[in-house]
Design a protein around this ligand. Sequence first.
Ligand code: SF4
Ligand code: SF4
Length: 203
Amino acid sequence: MKYPKLRELKEAVVALIKGPYTSKFPRQTHKPHPNFRGRPKYNQDICVGCLACENVCPVGAIAHRDSLEDKPPKRTMIHYSDTCIFCGQCQAYCITKEGIKLSNEWELSMFDRRNCEESIEKELLLCEVCGAAIGCKDHIIWIAKELGELAYSNPTLYMTRLKELGISDDDVKSAVNISSRSDRMKIVCARCRRKTTLTTEKI
Ligand code: SF4
Ligand code: SF4
């Protein structure tokens, strides 16, 4: 017969007096350690929809969907907690530092995987010429603010910023036929800007 060691006997006596080391979940709500890495959560107000978190996620737990026909057009950022490995890469590489943060949320088991999705929506900025998505409006404004006066080298950046400040005409007509270089003073995608700069023919 194998007798218990003294250390094990001591632990058994302590456990009898103090109670078990493990939590009493589910009878009692478990409170995880403050540094626990639980489900990442978006902050609707701080996230600018830049997609950096989607690009660095090693397991594809973040995706996005652009809806150009919506009014206003929008980008939906989606996080899948059933795929997430809680590595924290998305938080570490978030350009705004707090657009997505790991939380203390840890009770993630569920029967329907569709409930594993959590999403936020951001307004998209479209090219005033071809209608292609340039990026999220908040992202363009964020870049313009980061660049400061350097943003005035790019009409898309400073026009977006001026519109946000309410000191620019919000009713800029779409230049379906770009005919002159003055049409460059519009919110346009990189492809259309290249055309207004380099093409001599009407496009
Ligand atoms: S914590 Fe890691 S796995 Fe989860 S969404 Fe962020 S980057 Fe992806
Ligand atoms: S701002 Fe942060 S959370 Fe939002 S899309 Fe960019 S990296 Fe992701």
